[in-house]
Design a protein around this ligand. Sequence first.
Ligand SMILES: Cc1cc2nc3c(=O)[nH]c(=O)nc-3n(C[C@H](O)[C@H](O)[C@H](O)COP(=O)(O)OP(=O)(O)OC[C@H]3O[C@@H](n4cnc5c(N)ncnc54)[C@H](O)[C@@H]3O)c2cc1C
Length: 501
Amino acid sequence: MIADASSMDRSAFEREFDVCVVGSGPAGITLARRLAAKGARVALMEAGGLEYSDESQDAYRGTNIGMEYFDLDVCRLRYFGGTSNHWGGWTRALEAVDFLPKSYAPLTGWPIGQIDLDPYRTEADAILDVPSATEAPDLPVRQKGYDFHRFQFRFSPPTRFAEKYLGEIEASEAITLVVNANLVDLRLDEGLGRVAGAVFRGYAPADPGFTIRARAYALCCGGIENARLLLNFTSQVPEGVGNRGGWVGRCFADHPHFLIAECVLRVLVREREFYAPTELFMTEHACLNFGLRLEPRWIWPYELPALAREDMPPEEFNILLERLVRDPFVDRALTDRLVLPQPTGQTGVLRIAQEALPNPESRVRLGEERDAFGLRRVAMDWRLSEIDVHTMRTAAMAFGAHMADTEIGRAQVGDWLLADPPRFPGVLDDEVGGKHHMGTTRMAADPGKGVVDADCRVHEVENLYIGGSSVFASTGHCNPTYTLTQLALRLGDHLAARLAG
Ligand SMILES: Cc1cc2nc3c(=O)[nH]c(=O)nc-3n(C[C@H](O)[C@H](O)[C@H](O)COP(=O)(O)OP(=O)(O)OC[C@H]3O[C@@H](n4cnc5c(N)ncnc54)[C@H](O)[C@@H]3O)c2cc1C
């Protein structure tokens, strides 16, 4: 069923649920559905409405005080379905090596392995509507040594969780979806070791708020907001909930995304080619994991008018456009844009999307400004580490050498990357990041090194769990939504078993 917290009649919520799931993005919806399928009664609490509103989105405003990053109210969405309302659908599971510690990279490694998430592949595929992994195997690479493997992404349509699951949730007797319900506090019991109730408010300024009681609580508000909320909940614990060890908000990471080399190609590259380092390469070069994208220079739709002859009448331009659309060079992987490689295929670019070191100084902090609910806004202090830069340079140089060795072409590494320190392009000049918000409530077996344990439970709060990529202990180079969907399914199974016990 669906309820609306804007209505002051809150009798529908005055009962105990099994689990209160806060946030209805991919993590929250996946978790709620999994729990419902196992017979649990779930309150699925969503701050926004069923559609976008400025009123809700405003709570995501913040400032960037570290490396240049995206506006914080632009790189995520605050309504039913969450950021899946505009994600791009690039899908790939973290690799086995991403779960293992790297001796030369402090804090890397998870307390779980790929093997713990593998059982959830089939269901994650179905949820995200991606073809089976067998349809995207690694492709052969002609190379001198054993440096790279050539991998493929799988593409989700992309699945919009709101569209796909609204009907099911509306009809569900197990799930009560409450929209316009903003989590503003978590109240702990006397011993401060359990959540006793989650406090929500609607948007009316005089709203006294209401409390949801459940046997367990799961925060699924996105990789920045999970940390921001916990840090704000200081009514009983001055450091914020779950933050005794001081880790909440630390190790914020996005996958750095940059154009690292311009290329002249001897072979025709029609589609993007993806390369990643072998484990041997990473160990030999003491670098992190990365994904390289060798692609032709695309012509973007906004460039087309400039390419048309000045005197070309609109109808001729439309004929040209239609012909281009039918051109086999069109990159079908991008569903919402028309992008064409230059017909000659002779120039290309090398882009990187790479792993980032868990860096405790790269963090979600709280600024002094407050939102409409009195919660302090985010002051984002994003930082890259030396090993991140080393990885980027090593990848560019080694792949450039590989291109020359194998006669693919020549790569000219960007001056900005070779400068010391590197002069990173800003968000107006390059991709910069994937808008993948990770690491701020990191998973660690040792409470002294992270926020949640291997079951995604907050170490110091017996019945509080976290869903989403904020629990990522190491980031790998792959886009996060597939892995966080697997994690949400696994969390659902864990919680259902625990509640039954
Ligand atoms: C432009 C763009 C493109 C992307 N492309 C890709 C891609 O191709 N591949 C990929 O893997 N990932 C991609 N991502 C990242 C992807 O969108 C996220 O990984 C994913 O949405 C995270 O899911 P989530 O459920 O953890 O968080 P979200 O989807 O952000 O959902 C969080 C939910 O919590 C709610 N919420 C927040 N605060 C509160 C509160 N106080 N009370 C109650 N509810 C609250 C929000 O309204 C929202 O519904 C992209 C992101 C962007 C911005």
